[in-house]
Design a protein around this ligand. Structure first.
Ligand code: ADP
Ligand code: MG
Length: 682
């Protein structure tokens, strides 16, 4: 049996009555497998002794004697304090909330082994989360689990130990040769190492083994998918560049060298007998849209259909307008589709798509809803969708016969993440900006000094330039003392009486947002007051100023995106980050990072450093493959090793027929780490 096949319920375990099982279910623990694979947060090393005097160095772990009892509070709120003293004579107080029974258990003069984290408060050393035992803890290294209300470490530890006894003799998911090569314990030892390790080393090795197992199978799945894709051979004719050439002729500028390079890479893919799966990353404003259009033109020129999907209606519209400008004159038949397109307009549109009378459709997620059928979908562009995991991409591919896929992102994806969430994609990068752009100048301003900023903006407006003002909230919040877009729209109207402004945020209807955007880009409005809806992709080259108030409330990636809305023309552009007193340490680091660089790659690295990998992987993997032990950034080295091993296995034995191969095939069929979890079966 593999561990994930142990679907027995837990009611056979001592102490696991219905009430306890209900609490366990809140932690996602229903079966033996869930319990065995429940990951400790850390371990407490109780083999190290530490007396009370050394409380600041870590948890105290020493023998103490009870010297006195004391009750405080009244009635139902009455609580016990136990005074103790260690062998050095240091005194401390144990605050026993809801643990009055300890009075009987630990009479004056008794002694025991104390474990706990202590603080110096109200003139004495105190702890309210401590353990007091007769003997030093057995095994001395204790797992520390994530808990839920009413369920303590002690119960979970007892359950996990029973589970090891009952079910701990499991088969291994990883071939023995690989474990040997990586110096990792087998699964039986690893389970023991997680829940009942004898040394810290054993615990850490157990964890490493679990990390390796997850990453090995993840990489195996991704690599297998690549192989499968290569098995769908396409009949492609010669690459037809007539439309691409025609568009080049019409452009008022040359492609940048990087745009040309990427277009070549894509053309090579489109020439190969396999469907393309490529990620195009390039900083905001580097000209990805044009590359996407040109790539789509290759498919269209040879009779295929193309679809370009954007994350928001605003952005999709903007792409559609650009397409109308650039592509319609070439005879490309265009359509726009989003959830807001009326039924009356939608029906003929869907019919035309199904009949192949539309060459390029631009829109939102609606492009891939059930009602949409394509005659011959050959090329799909997914713009700015970091949450688009491996699985969604598969679903999308089902709309056509293995369409070529181009994902675009302005947020550079660190290599380690590229290997996991995006591990099946080839990567192209645009590093250079179109010529003639001046670096954006970023100024920091403390809240209270906004008026200096506003005066600066006034000068820019008078010179014929345009500005954005961005706020964290749409309207007033009672809980947060923050400026909001609606109130500031009024306030700025008074501040700049000679100019016209527009208001734009997510709660306004689409057509009013669109109208406002239009007026702004035509110059009928000189400034725009907004929330972060203008974050992604909005392109108005005459805008030279971006003012972000409460800048510390925005994430680094969002700030960078927002700043990327200016500096899109040849004029000098400015970004003002207005920060308030309340900016914490992280907020300060973000704002400083923005001041110090405009390079999106540097910012992405900095983001990773400030936020830590967990959060970033969390979003980029949503809907993709879920990891319980591994963190692809922290565990980058294991990831590389696991990827190489998976690659070796598959190249030696692509059909998984050898002894090792069939073990792996069994795991994938019966107990894959990434199968959908069937919660609450018992
Ligand atoms: P991205 O999507 O990468 O953020 P866009 O595709 O919106 O960037 O391009 C930003 C702006 O640069 C657009 O106005 C576009 O017309 C312009 N642009 C694109 N390529 C070039 C080029 N080679 N030379 C000059 N301007 C360009
Ligand atoms: Mg873009």
């Amino acid at each position: 049996m593999f561990t994930r096949e142990l679907l027995e319920p837990l009611d056979g375990l001592k102490g696991a009555g219905p009430a306890l099982r209900k609490k366990l279910s809140r932690l996602g623990i229903y079966t033996a497998a869930d319990l065995l694979l429940y990951a400790p947060r850390s371990w407490e090393d109780r083999s190290q002794q530490r007396c009370l005097r050394e409380y600041a160095l870590g948890p105290v772990n020493c023998r103490v004697q009870v010297t006195a009892h004391e009750w405080f509070g009244y009635g139902r709120m009455k609580s016990l304090k136990i005074w103790v003293q260690d062998e050095q004579g240091t005194r401390a107080v144990l605050v026993c909330f809801n643990r009055g029974f300890l009075e009987q258990q630990w009479p004056e003069g008794s002694s025991g082994q104390l474990w706990g984290k202590f603080d110096f408060r109200y003139g004495s050393l105190q702890s309210s989360s401590f353990d007091l035992d007769l003997q030093p803890a057995p095994g001395s290294i204790l797992p520390v689990y994530p808990l839920t209300e009413g369920l303590g470490q002690t119960s979970l530890r007892k359950l996990a130990r029973q589970a090891l006894l009952h079910w701990g003799s499991v088969d291994d998911e990883i071939p023995a040769g690989l474990l040997l090569k990586q110096g990792l314990p087998d699964k039986k030892s690893a389970l023991r190492g997680l829940h009942q390790p004898k040394t810290m080393h054993e615990a850490e090795q157990a964890w490493r083994r679990m990390v390796y197992e997850e990453l090995f199978y993840m990489q195996l799945l991704i690599l297998r998918r690549n192989i499968q894709r290569r098995q769908q051979k396409l009949e492609r004719g010669k690459l037809n560049s007539s439309l691409v050439d025609a568009l080049r002729q019409r452009l008022p500028f040359e492609l940048t060298p990087d745009q040309d390079k990427v277009l070549d890479e894509i053309a090579t893919d489109l020439h190969s007998p396999w469907p393309m799966a490529r990620l195009l990353q390039g900083d905001v404003g580097s000209g990805k849209t044009l590359v996407a259009f040109m790539s789509a033109l290759y498919s269209i020129a040879s009779g295929g259909q193309a679809a370009i999907m954007a994350p928001t209606e605003l952005l999709a519209r903007q792409h559609a307008e650009n397409a109308a400008l650039l592509l319609e004159p070439l005879g490309v038949r265009l359509a726009f589709l989003s959830g807001n397109v009326s039924d009356a307009a939608r029906r003929p549109l869907l019919a035309a798509l199904a009949a192949g009378e539309i060459d390029l459709v631009l829109g939102t997620h609606a492009l891939f809803s059930d009602e949409v059928h394509y005659k011959n979908l050959r090329f799909v562009v997914v713009d700015e969708q970091h949450r688009f995991g491996v699985l969604q991409r598969l679903a999308l591919g089902a709309k056509g016969k293995a369409p070529d896929l181009l994902m675009m992102s302005a947020t550079p994806i660190p290599r380690t993440l590229a290997l996991t969430a995006f591990g099946d994609l080839a990567v192209s990068t645009i590093r250079t900006m179109p010529p003639g752009r001046k670096a954006i100048i970023t100024h920091l301003a403390r809240q209270g000094n906004e008026d200096k900023v506003y005066s600066f903006i006034e000068k820019e407006l008078r010179a014929g330039n345009r500005a954005y003002f961005v706020y964290p909230l749409v309207d007033r919040s009672d809980k947060l003392e923050l400026k909001d877009a609606e109130a500031m729209f009024q306030a700025l109207g008074k501040r700049f009486p000679a100019f016209k402004g527009g208001l734009i945020h997510a709660r306004l209807p689409e057509d009013s947002k669109r109208a406002t955007m239009h007026s702004f880009s035509r110059g009928e409005l000189q400034y725009l007051v907004a929330t972060s809806v203008v974050e992604v992709g909005v392109d108005v080259p005459q805008a030279t100023c971006m003012v972000i108030e409460h800048a510390e409330r925005f994430g680094l990636a969002a700030l960078h995106q927002l700043r990327g809305r200016v500096g899109r023309g040849s004029a000098q552009s400015y970004c003002f980050l207005v920060w308030s007193e309340k900016l914490g340490n992280e907020g300060k680091q973000r704002v400083m990072a923005m001041k110090n660089t405009t390079d999106g790659f540097v910012i992405a690295e900095e983001d990773l450093r400030i936020r830590g990998p967990g959060e970033i992987t969390g979003t980029s993997q949503a809907g993709a493959l879920r990891l319980s032990f591994a963190d692809p950034v922290r565990d980058a080295a294991v990831l590389e090793a696991a990827r190489q091993d998976a690659l070796d296995v598959l190249s030696a034995d692509p059909e998984l027929l050898s002894a090792d191969g069939s073990l792996i095939r069994q795991v994938l069929e019966r107990a894959s780490p990434f199968a959908e979890k069937t919660a609450g079966a018992s």
